[in-house]
Ligand binder design. Structure first.
Ligand code: TNX
Length: 717
């Protein structure tokens, strides 16, 4: 008691302000009192909540008890069978804290809310007592039982300890499913005792591996895989954090890595192992070979023994039907089984795999394309990814549907134009994620009943080019978009963006800092008028600017005179959080001078050479690969004064359709050309000294990566 008074005294000068909780609880009320957690506060919990208690002790160093003493000066964890599984009540009185949950998951959710009510430093796990917490009551439960996140570890290898770090970050945001995308064209990440070569070879690409790089790290052998022991430890780590891990073996398409090791799984086996760094459709399991189903049995048997989830995701997306159309065995199967088309071959394949799953007590989850054949059993869980329309179609057909349209929930999409990432679904930031709303898309009650939950995701094909060994890029792509996602997946109480953003800045930025997240800050406002450059932020972060000509960076204090022929790039920082780079358009616009583009190679009708003169996203494609001496030439209508010209062949978001070996020449008069730079990965930057009339990219060797070349517009600054 003496110590209790003492700690109350120490804290007397501190005002405990209520922190905002994310996701927002259903109901919350507060009193003006507070409770002090000190060295004498004990943790009291039911026997079945041992793991939850141990988890809490990592963050809050309480004394540990397992039976309820008199209930005062204690944090009590208990369950109440009358509550829904993940529901919880959190009551903070002047004599203690009680967290009551419908099950382990409910208690865990309550604990996360409790942690958010404590100072952010508790996330460092080195927090010392005493700690003060506002008294009040929270009653809360999730909108969806399935609040998922899918992580693609096949395209870019993410080691187990890093996966566990993300499991922690998901748990802080009450996400309860991890959809683990473990296999794809670019990698096989699961150790199988029955087929050790799948992971030992398929986990690595580049170098002497038969698996070829497609997006980056072209020259090194790079990758990894999880041992079964590591996978089990991930499953267990996630379980303690109320997260179920759902493994995905992506079949029958997206299987190029495995096909590179086991050619016999592919259609019409030919020993065609020729290298393709780019688009390669030899990635579909043959549906007609009985030996394939025996192999799938081996895989599912082992995977079932590792993962405790009742579901295994078996893929079903983007299957290249052409392979089956060309395969005599698949065509025979089609006739024999009376299948109407290739889509029904996919149905047949999935039905066979579903039978295998059932043998091991598992159910299938599939991507939305798998419903197209019309025969997918209704017990399959469908992940709608292509669009909201596809999600609706799946609910219309009565499938339990995980709603994850790319345009809202694919966090590999860019967050604004000019940033990195994909853009096939949309370009969006946390504000759009928060705006996701079934009403807006007219989901009927019947359709809503089939929505099993929401899922956000990160596909990693271009992550490989962004220092995957550091957390900056992935953190930046995920946060705060994942914060918005956690709100829409959990909470029925609508917060608009202004309120949500204020909560982020006032409460959650500091928490994310303490969680060690290098999240993305909003874009600074940069203005240039009357020769004065000025910039501002709305979130208390520190502004920096870099002079691109000198490469020097300064902290921004106040508006400054700016007339140098350079680009000034601003960004803001808050601890390890960072905004995108942004310059003032008025001050240094990208130039788009009138250009004529010609080439020595024949071009496709669909992507004509004229596209390359447009300075838009449209590209030109040739109809063959480049040979030594081939050229692409850009002639400007008028000589162009500029600081830099970037010439690029190929396209990172497509395939390696580039000049593998070549150089760039410039001409000041449109007649005489001088060699200006060597190509690296199909591109080069030149910094001309005088106004330029023409640019020419010349191939010095053959481009055998692909059977066509992508020609882009020049980028001129
Ligand atoms: C679509 S998600 C895919 C992935 C890509 C992703 C990139 C799905 C079923 N297919 O293979 O990685 O887009 O955003």
């Amino acid at each position: 008691m003496k110590s209790k008074l003492l700690s109350a005294f120490i804290l007397i000068s501190q005002i405990v302000s209520a922190t905002e909780i994310i996701p927002k609880p259903v109901t919350r009320n507060e009193t003006e009192y507070s409770f002090v957690i000190d060295e004498l506060t004990s943790l009291v919990y039911e026997y079945g909540l041992c793991d939850a208690a141990a988890y809490l002790l990592e963050y809050v160093p309480l004394r540990r008890y397992s039976v309820i003493p008199d209930g005062t000066n204690a944090v009590v964890l208990k369950t109440d069978g009358n509550m829904a599984a993940e529901e919880y009540a959190l009551n903070v009185g002047t004599d203690g804290v009680t967290i009551t949950g419908g099950s382990y998951g409910g208690v865990f959710n309550g604990m996360q809310t409790f942690l958010q009510m404590l100072p952010p430093k508790i996330y460092s796990k080195h927090c010392r007592l005493p700690l003060q917490i506002k008294c009040g009551d929270i009653a809360d439960k999730p909108k969806f039982d399935y609040r998922g996140f899918s992580l693609d570890v096949a395209r870019t290898w993410i080691p187990a300890d890093k996966v566990k770090r993300y499991i922690d970050l998901l748990a802080y945001h009450k996400i309860n499913k991890l959809h683990f995308h473990l296999t794809d064209d670019e990698g096989w990440r699961i150790e199988l005792k029955s087929h050790p070569e799948f992971a030992k070879t398929g986990g690595f690409r580049g170098g002497d591996s038969p698996v070829h790089p497609r997006y980056d790290k072209f020259d090194e052998k790079w990758g990894g895989y999880y041992t079964q022991e590591e996978l089990r430890s991930i499953v267990e780590y996630a379980r303690v954090r109320n997260i179920e891990v759902i493994p995905e073996i992506d079949m029958p398409g997206h299987s190029k890595a495995l096909g590179a090791i086991r050619h016999d799984i592919l259609c019409g086996y030919t020993p065609d192992t020729s290298i393709s760094n780019g688009l390669d459709i030899r990635n579909v399991w043959c549906a007609a070979k009985e030996s394939n189903y025996a192999l799938i049995d081996d895989i599912i048997r082992e995977v079932s023994g590792i993962f405790t989830s009742e579901y295994i995701h078996i893929g079903g997306d983007e299957v290249n039907m052409e392979q089956w159309r060309k395969c005599p065995d698949c065509q025979r199967l089609k006739r024999e089984k009376g299948l109407a088309n290739e889509k029904q071959i996919e149905d047949y394949f999935i039905a066979r795999v579903t039978e295998i799953l059932a043998r091991y007590g598992k159910k299938p989850a599939v991507w939305n394309e798998a419903i197209e054949g019309g025969k997918l059993p209704k017990t399959s869980r469908v992940h709608g990814w292509q669009s909201i329309r596809h999600c609706k179609q799946s609910t219309d057909k009565g499938y339990p549907t995980i709603v994850m349209p790319g345009e809202y929930f694919y966090f590999d999409m860019k967050q604004s134009d000019g940033e990195f990432g994909h853009n096939w679904a949309a370009i969006f930031d946390a504000k759009k994620v928060l705006s996701f709303d079934f009403d807006k898309y007219g989901f009927t009650d019947a359709q809503r009943k089939c929505v099993a939950g929401l899922e956000a995701s990160f596909f990693s094909e271009i992550y490989i080019a962004h220092s995957p060994e550091k957390s900056d890029y992935l953190d930046y792509m995920l946060f705060p978009r994942l914060c918005s996602f956690s709100e829409v997946a959990w909470s029925d109480v609508k917060r608009d963006w202004d309120e949500f953003y204020k909560m982020l800045k006032d409460s959650h930025y500091d928490r994310m800092q303490a969680m060690g997240i290098s999240f993305r800050l909003s874009t600074p406002k940069v203005e240039y008028a009357d020769g004065i450059m000025s910039a501002s932020v709305d979130d208390g972060s520190t502004l920096h600017y870099t002079d691109e000509r000198t490469g020097k960076t300064f902290v921004y204090g106040k508006p400054f005179v700016c007339d140098a022929p350079t680009r000034i790039v601003f960004h803001s920082e808050y601890g390890t959080a960072r905004s995108r780079d942004i310059g003032s358009k008025e001050y240094y616009a990208e130039q788009k001078p009138a250009t004529t583009v010609t080439t020595s190679m024949p071009c496709s009708e669909k992507n004509p050479i004229a596209n390359a003169a447009k300075y838009s996203n449209s590209i030109a494609r040739t109809t063959r690969a480049a040979h030594r001496g081939d050229w692409i030439r850009y002639d400007f209508a008028e000589p162009v004064s500029c600081r830099e010209i970037k010439a690029q062949t190929g396209h990172i978001h497509l395939y390696r359709c580039l000049f593998l070996d070549g150089h760039v020449e410039i001409s000041y008069d449109g007649d005489k050309f001088v060699r200006a730079a060597e190509l690296h990965n199909g591109g080069a930057v030149i910094r001309p000294e005088k106004p330029v009339k023409s640019v020419r990219i010349v191939a010095d060797g053959n481009s055998d990566a692909e059977d066509n070349v992508v020609i882009q517009s020049l980028k001129i600054k």
